[in-house]
Design a protein around this ligand. Structure first.
Ligand SMILES: N[C@@H](CCC(=O)N[C@@H](CS)C(=O)NCC(=O)O)C(=O)O
Length: 277
């Protein structure tokens, strides 16, 4: 792991690392905020934040303001990238496919499958690397995310309950099989066999995998993607049917932006800290 930058923040340090990823076959960058406790060598709980379409690690670190909240709870905050990148990596002109739009799945179709292996990256390689290299408590890792990253957080937590002990989301894509963003991504990355889609759909996974703990979701009611892409009521219905303890907070007037995320990120960090400590 190569240290690209470090800067002091709220008594801790925000760092950016680059490493050669076996999963994606590319160099991957991620940001990590280490609270003072971690710098002193104590094993800390951690929260991995998966970003949405068009984002890198930088959006949440510069516009979500996680550092103060993570420092308050002695928590490590990790922000990975949303896809493999580079000139040799497949891409598309649209913002919702290709680089910046990895959808946290393992692609099976050309030209994507050689690099777009984000499920393996987030649910295997990155946690292993973090546990080996930084003072992470491996029994206290939470997962959260925004929009496409909320989809990643919900699906990867349900598929890996031993690794991720808590999960929450901001304006997540909960039913990608039934929205334009998800249908486009799944058709391109997974192909025409729709039977393969359910393994990446939070509403379907609630029924097939379940989740033994509680879930927190915040959703802005002025989010312009609400009706067509996000449809949190589908996840609410699926959780009720499966008997899963979902707190879905519908936040009046908030949109899809980082003004919404930064407003409620403190709540999510505290919520994870209460479950991981
Ligand atoms: N308006 C965006 C749509 C994508 C979008 O809203 N991305 C969200 C995540 S789904 C985001 O966080 N964008 C980056 C930012 O606001 O900093 C575009 O057309 O490029």
């Amino acid at each position: 792991m190569e240290l690209i930058s470090k800067v002091k923040s709220f008594g801790g340090e925000q760092r950016v690392y680059r490493h050669a990823s076996k999963s994606t076959g590319t160099d991957m960058d991620f940001a990590v905020f280490l609270p003072r406790e971690a710098l002193d060598g104590y094993a800390c709980s951690s929260l991995i934040y998966l970003s949405g379409l068009t984002c890198t690690w930088e959006n949440v670190m510069t516009k979500g303001f996680p550092q103060q909240h993570a420092a308050e709870h002695g928590m490590i905050f990790v922000a990975p990238d949303t896809s493999p990148r580079g000139e040799a990596v497949a891409n598309d002109e649209a913002y919702d496919l290709g680089q910046g739009a990895g959808f946290y799945l393992n692609a099976t179709q050309n030209p994507w499958k050689s690099n777009f292996q984000m499920e393996s990256y987030i649910a295997e390689e990155l946690p292993e690397l973090l546990i080996d290299s930084l003072p992470l408590d491996e029994d206290a890792i939470g997962l959260t995310g925004h929009s496409m990253g909320g989809h990643g957080a919900l699906t990867l937590a349900m598929k890996n309950p031993d690794l991720f002990q808590s999960v929450s989301a901001f304006a997540p894509i909960v039913n990608p099989m039934d929205c334009p963003w998800g249908q486009k991504a799944f058709k391109n990355y997974l192909g025409d066999d729709e039977a393969t889609y359910a393994a990446y759909d939070a509403c379907a996974l609630v029924a097939s995998e379940g989740w033994e703990k509680d879930i927190l979701i915040d959703q802005g009611m002025a989010d312009n993607f609400l009706e067509e892409q996000l449809k949190p009521w589908a996840f609410d219905a699926a959780c009720r049917k499966a008997g899963i303890d979902l707190t879905l907070r519908l936040q009046g007037g908030y949109d899809h932006s980082y003004y919404f995320i930064s407003t409620f990120l403190a709540d999510h960090v505290a919520w994870h800290a209460a479950r991981l400590d």
